[in-house]
Design a protein around this ligand. Sequence first.
Ligand code: GDP
Ligand code: MG
Length: 370
Amino acid sequence: PETITIQELANRMTERGVDVIRLLMKQGAMHKITDVIDADTAQLIAEEMGHTVKRVAESDVEEGLFDTPDTDEALEARPAVVTIMGHVDHGKTSLLDAIRKTKVVTGEAGGITQHIGAYQVTTPLGSQVTFIDTPGHAAFTAMRARGAKVTDIVVLVVAADDGVMPQTAEAIHHAKAAGVPLIVAINKVDKADANPDRVRAELLQYEIQVETLGGETLEVEVSAKTGHNLDKLLEAIALQAEVLDLKANPDRAAEGTVIEAKLDRGRGPVATVLVQRGTLRTGDIIVAGAEWGRVRALIADTGAQVKEAPPSMPVEVLGFNGTPEAGDRVAVVESEARAREVTEYRERQRRDRLAARGAASGAGRSLADM
Ligand code: GDP
Ligand code: MG
């Protein structure tokens, strides 16, 4: 049910909390300022105090922000978004770094000048792939929990000298739960004690049958250390992406997800955003979680400023008024007023939730809080 704290109700009416409490007392209910009351009571009080009440349902405020349908004709091919998962020390970070370096070698403009949490490379088939640089199941799960589906393909790294380990199994579980196809990267094949066949056999126990054993899961033997077969891995990703036939409408207000965000001393809040639909442009008004802003600058993984970011492109976004959180969904809205409406509503909801939790757990507050 809808609820509100007395403090919040008073704030919204710009009345004193103590006056709200007095009114409630007249009606026979003793309350303190941190108490939560239901929406009907709040409405009665507000009207009694001479305010007009507009009850806004969540569906109204959030209406149309995300996932409004696109026509088939509007859809265009977009790069695959890939996350690397696997057991600790099996080489996730090394592999991401090694793939990142192939981009510099292929001579794309600018090289990689900074770390931005996600980057794009060109595959041997000429297609683009976006790698999200937040290896770790926690990030993957957190984003899924918020309804953000960012990953199209999971690259499962298994060290050939160690085999399938608990976090390997966990990653398989996550990928299956999310309905995301896996590509197996059997890593560290440069090592003397590497045993790729053992990895293949162990994966069978998790219902993953790789191609060389007659199954459908693509697998590549790689070495993040020597760079062996990284091109083959990119090729496998390109092939898998082709099968998925990934598309998005670039000609619409942008939607995406915050991959990571920080408060930078010089630049203010900086969010790495993966654009998932539409095209994000400088000057756009965006909301993410309870924060909003006007896009002041977009910075690509090369460090170069860009004017716009199409679907599947990761960009650093400057211009947020506050720092959003990783996993927050991003949407472009038509006006500052709309951005304020959405973020203020979310902030209120957050406060109400916190207050409800506080009220549930907490004696110990007193009239002194007023
Ligand atoms: P993560 O925990 O999965 O991110 O693993 P790291 O990338 O940090 O790698 C763990 C260790 O394995 C590091 O000491 C790496 O240098 C090493 N390593 C990673 N990939 C390879 C590889 O292909 N060959 C060899 N010999 N060592 C590797
Ligand atoms: Mg790592």
